[in-house]
Design a protein around this ligand. Structure first.
Ligand code: F6R
Length: 244
């Protein structure tokens, strides 16, 4: 893993955006793996600014999002489809038909999971996967205990994850209990991974990622076995962790 240490969230977001926009300019038909949540908001904002200033084109870019809540319609402001359109896709020249997010609002979500995995494979796989990390080590919505061999699947969300995400909803009860997510094996197949870690609440996760054992109880630990992972981490996440 290559670790890039930055001062704060702003710098992390800017560096991540430079990394991605440079790659898109080099390979305009890049396939990007995208994530949601709080961490990549600044990255998307910087990418939009770059698009406006430097006209980086996303016309040929294809995207696959990591995950989606089960049971939320695409028009629900808390669905990840809504988030992606609102926060990023609506502001750049991407062809929406090339943007893929698992559907959490279909009758047969198990089927949707199988189809999504195949779609990624048939399209040639993800070139760069952007990841955040949960404080319990989850990546995508793969909670502790998920098999390292898992492909896209349906998961029960951990209480800690629902509590962490309740800030986006009116109350905890509204947070869905299930999600559809790329599996650990799906994520590990991407050619390159860019992991963003910011803030004090991720201190322990960072320390576990760097120094803990590689085991299914801490899903992100598997990333140490991936040949091309870059981690951009800010000072708040490093402070007092055992990184130094
Ligand atoms: C989001 C995702 C999750 C988040 C993680 C961190 O698509 O898959 O793994 O990256 O829960 O969330 P934030 O960034 O809100 O701390």
């Amino acid at each position: 893993m290559k670790i890039i240490e930055v001062n704060d969230y702003q710098e992390m977001s800017k560096q991540a955006a430079d990394y991605i926009s440079n790659r898109v300019r080099k390979l305009p038909s890049l396939t990007l793996g995208l994530s949601t949540g709080g961490t990549p908001l600044g990255l998307y904002k910087n990418l939009i600014e770059d698009y406006k200033e430097n006209h980086t084109s996303y016309q040929k870019v294809k995207t696959f999002n990591l995950d989606e809540y089960v049971g939320l319609a695409q028009t629900n402001p808390n669905s990840y489809r809504y988030y992606m359109n609102d926060i990023f896709f609506n502001h750049i020249n991407i062809d929406k038909s090339k943007t893929n997010i698992p559907r959490g609002d279909v009758d047969d979500v198990e089927r949707e999971a199988l189809d999504y995995e195949q779609l990624i494979e048939r399209s040639g796989g993800v070139d760069i996967q952007i990841l955040g990390i949960g404080s319990n080590g989850h990546i995508g919505f793969n909670e502790p205990g998920t098999s390292f061999d898992s492909k896209t699947h349906i998961v029960e969300l951990a209480t800690s994850t629902r509590e962490a995400n309740a800030r986006f909803f009116n109350n905890l009860e509204e947070v869905p209990t299930r999600a559809i997510t790329m599996g650990i094996a799906t994520i590990m197949k991407s050619k390159e991974i860019l992991l963003l870690i910011s803030g004090e609440s991720k201190k322990e996760a960072l320390a576990n990622l760097m120094f803990g054992e590689i085991h299914e109880g801490f899903p992100a630990s598997i990333l140490r076995n991936h040949p091309a992972v870059t981690v951009i981490v800010d000072k708040a996440a490093i402070a007092e962790s055992k990184v130094h």
